[in-house]
Design a protein around this ligand. Sequence first.
Ligand code: 5AD
Ligand code: SF4
Length: 440
Amino acid sequence: MTTPKKLFIKTYGCQMNVYDSERMAEALGGQGYVETQTPDDADMILLNTCHIREKAAEKIYSELGRYKGLKADKPDLKIGVAGCVAQAEGQEIMRRQPMVDLVVGPQSYHRLPEMEAKTRAGEKALDTDFPEEDKFEKLKSRPKAQRGPTAFLTVQEGCDKFCAFCVVPYTRGAEVSRPVDRILTEARDLVERGVREITLLGQNVNAYHGAGPDGSEYTLAKLIWDLDKVDGLERIRFTTSHPNDMTDDLIEAHGTCSKLMPYLHLPVQSGSDRILKRMNRSHTADSYLRLIERIRAARPDILMSGDFIVGFPEETEEDFQATLDLVEEVNYGYAYSFKYSTRPGTPAAERPQVDPAQADDRLQRLQALITRQQRDIQNSMVGRTVSVLFEKPGRLPGQMGGKSEYLHAVHVADAPVSVGEIAQVRIVDAAANSLAGVID
Ligand code: 5AD
Ligand code: SF4
């Protein structure tokens, strides 16, 4: 028997990259690779990269620099770059870091086995195509290994919205939805392997429009209702959504589908109509607020989450104030805020930039407000009973940790439950990033 080769994958960025990394590990599993948790004993290092902000991309080059010594000690070590930096920079990566053997874009990673063989033959391998064939189908040979209770499942990829700041339409390409039957097969397979909660992934997941078994076009809500019928699947989530694709049936499903969790990540980016227009968002602050009213009418306890960019080109103090006002009005359970980062090739890169010190100051003010809201909502959970899916033992003996339906991390001391179980938990305390509870 030959000893397996070791693969170290480091994942950056969004949840879709986490999913893609799993698929890449499986694809290379067929080439005799098993995963290792450290680069030190690896035969192949794969960085699955993110290009969304400049810092994320720069991190890759500094990380690659760190592997120079390893490669010098072990000339057989292969180094690959996958994901959105690979897509955006292509050959340039090998030029800047000649020790890189393989560059593979997010749409071509089903070709990894052939690419790996090429590197073993001493050649460089580069593939940043947007091929016709279905990469998910090519990657079907999954080992039936047991899984944890939660999993991601990509149902849609790419984006046609072209927000003026965003590289996604260029790195992930045009919107593509996977057919319903393939998603259901994958979901059932995950459930057989122990999964209780599935998060449906897509850059624009609520624009999902895959083909149903009868050839008709499905909406995301229709797909959710089919998943609702999968026995053993207890919870469904989806991310990330665009306000303009929140269809009536999806809003309604939040009120009527008991497996659909009361949590919605719905980025708005700014509260100023002037800036939203320049961002090419095709919605206003008011239409977003009215949409949230409708969602809350369907599911009053839904926890809202969002993304914000501060310091977008030409943002004034008044524009920023409008963002603070919107945040005040929505009251977010979670929100992610970023300083605008210039992305070459996107329309906003050409616009007059905001003074970086001013952008820093706004980011701090926005984050202070968001943190206060998050804390207040966490604190308001004390005394309430939530349902918790237990994911893993906690740090203390006997302790178990999981997530509530609202995605809050919850810990229970001396919990008489096992991983994968769902139990009703009464919240007794709120810390900065988690809640403590007792089984009800
Ligand atoms: N600069 C800063 N933040 C960005 N995002 C996307 N592109 C940029 C950029 N150029 C943020 C948006 C998006 C999240 C995933 O990343 O808020 O919703
Ligand atoms: Fe980027 Fe999202 Fe806008 Fe698409 S909708 S361009 S992924 S921010």
